[in-house]
Write a protein that binds this ligand. Structure first.
Ligand SMILES: [Ca+2]
Length: 180
């Protein structure tokens, strides 16, 4: 059975118990998300969040779309501490495995993911929300728009992302109140 491919948005909601990195100065965390090339999209997809204020328990609430998802991919999450002087320090990493069987266009999957430091020690956790839209839904929307150009496709994707964003925002409101 072939699996449907589609669009996945990963919402990086917040972090918890991130370690303090600088002896002096604050921890200014951001998250970089990387998906290696997939069977469908032949180049890596990468994005990063803004730098958050509260170093230990930061809130980002940022959505990152990934295309060509079939389930089973691994999105690599890297937490960095922005440094005003030098290079950003790696706080830790976490692997987010895109589920194959729990993807559903009407379902949001939320979970806490443990972050591991470069030394292999616990380095806090990240709360993320996944939302997947199968390509069949995208195709339906494309037909609705009745346009095939790349420009229209781009608009369609942002239209879908915005819809997801609105939907996810309502969920996030409740979700951020829940402690790990
Ligand atoms: Ca810093």
């Amino acid at each position: 059975m072939s699996r449907a491919k589609g669009l996945l948005t990963v919402t990086v909601v917040r972090g918890s118990d991130l370690p303090k990195m600088d002896f002096l100065g604050s921890t200014d965390p951001f998250v970089q998300l990387t998906l290696a090339e997939t069977a469908i999209v032949k180049e890596p997809q990468q994005a990063k969040t803004q730098v958050a204020d509260d170093g230990k328990n930061p809130v980002w609430n940022e959505k990152v779309p990934f295309t060509g998802i079939m389930g089973g991919e691994v999105v690599k999450l890297e937490v960095y501490d922005e440094d005003s002087v030098g290079k950003a320090d790696l706080v830790g990493t976490a692997d987010l495995k895109v589920p194959t069987d729990r993807l559903d266009s009407e379902q949001l999957i939320d979970e806490w993911i443990n972050v591991t430091s470069p030394k292999g020690e616990p380095a806090g956790k990240l709360f993320i929300i996944l939302h997947y839209i199968p390509i069949t839904v995208l195709e339906h929307l494309q037909k609705k728009f009745n346009k095939q150009t790349a420009d229209a496709k781009g608009k369609m994707v942002s239209f879908v992302v915005n819809k997801v964003t609105d939907y996810a925002s309502a969920q996030i409101k409740g979700a951020v109140a829940v402690e790990p």
